[in-house]
Design a protein around this ligand. Sequence first.
Ligand SMILES: NC(=O)c1ccc[n+]([C@@H]2O[C@H](COP(=O)([O-])OP(=O)(O)OC[C@H]3O[C@@H](n4cnc5c(N)ncnc54)[C@H](OP(=O)(O)O)[C@@H]3O)[C@@H](O)[C@H]2O)c1
Length: 334
Amino acid sequence: MAKTMSREIRLASRPQGIPTAANFTLAQTELPPLPEQQVLVRNLFLSVDPYMRGRMNEGKSYVPPFELGKVMDGGAVGEVVESRAQEFQVGDVVTSNFGWRESFIASPKDLHPVSREIQPLSVYLGTLGMTGMTAWAGLNLVEVKAGEVIFISGAAGAVGNMAGQLAKLRGCKVIGSAGSMEKVLFLRNKCGFDIAFDYKVGPVLEQLNVEVPDGIDVFFDNVGGDTLQAALAALRVHGRIIACGGISGYNAEKPKPGPNNLFNMITKRLTMKGLLVRDSLDRLGEFEKEVGAYFRAGKLQNQETVVPGIEQAVDAFIGLFAGKNIGKMVVKLA
Ligand SMILES: NC(=O)c1ccc[n+]([C@@H]2O[C@H](COP(=O)([O-])OP(=O)(O)OC[C@H]3O[C@@H](n4cnc5c(N)ncnc54)[C@H](OP(=O)(O)O)[C@@H]3O)[C@@H](O)[C@H]2O)c1
C-alpha cells in the first residue's frame, strides 16, 4: 500500500514581539499504516487564529503553551480518506484540532462530523465554527437584546463580523471599528452594520462621540488597548463589556498599562465579563442549529480570506497582526 506522507508546521522557537517565519519549520512525516478503530483524515482547510500567539509564549495560561519542535495544533476541516472505525466512512467531512498538517490519524472521539452539503467547507472554521461560536457565545454572555446599541472592535475580523451580523438579527443598532476603508465598506454594505469607522484615521472616542453621541449599551471587545479605553468612556450607565480578546497587546514584549479610566466601572456601574468559547462547548448543538439555520436561510454573509498551501500558513498567521484578513483567515490545502 502507498505510504501516506504529510507535511506539517512546527514551532521552532518562541517569538519575541511579532512572530517571523524563522520561528517555524515545515517538516515532512510518514504516517504509519492505519491501526484498527482509527481514521485517516486529509485536511482541506486549516485555521490560523490570533489566540495561537499566546500559546507560543512559555508560561501558564488557560491552555498549555505549544511545545518547541512539535506541530502547531489548532482547528481544521478535512475528509476521511481511509477508515477502520465504524463511525466514519471514506468521504465523510470532519472538523478536528490536530492543527497545521496535511494528514493525520485519529480516533473517532477526536473528530466532529459536519455536513458536506454546506459549502465552502471552510465555513466550519469561521461562521459555523469556533469564531462564529465565539460571537454567538459573547452575545449570550451579557444577554444582548433588541433595541440595544452595541459597539464591536476588530469588527471586520472573523469574530467581529459575526458578532455584528448576529446582533443585527437580534434587532440591535450595530457599530463597528476596523483598520481600513475597505473593511469599513464591507461592514456597512455586506454585513448590515449601521455605522462603521476606521480606527486608524482618528481617535476612537472622538469617532464614537460623533456617531453615537448618546453612548453605547454593550461593547464587544476583540482588541483591548485604546479602543477599550474609548468604550469605557462611551458606555452608558449599566453598560456591559464582553471581554473576548486583546489583539493590540498580543505581541507586546512587556504588558502595557491598562485603561486609565477604569473608574467608569464604578460611576456607571458597568459589568465586564470574560469570555472563553470553550466554556460553551456543551452548547455546540444549539449553536449549530440556530446559526446554521440563519446561514442556510441566506441571512449571514460568510466572508473569508483564503491563502493557498501549507507553505503559506505562517504568512497567513502573521498577516492577522497586520490586518491582512477580512472575515476568517483560512489556509486552503491542495
Ligand atoms: N475568548 C475567546 O474564546 C476567543 C475566541 C476566538 C477569538 N478570540 C479573540 O477575538 C479576537 C478576534 O479574533 P479573530 O479570530 O476574529 O481574528 P480576526 O479579527 O479575524 O483577525 C485579527 C484582526 O485583528 C486586527 N488587529 C490586528 N492587530 C491589531 C491591533 N494592534 N490593534 C487593533 N486591531 C488589530 C486586524 O484587523 P484591523 O485591520 O481591523 O486592525 C486583524 O484583521 C482576537 O483578540 C482573539 O484572540 C477570543
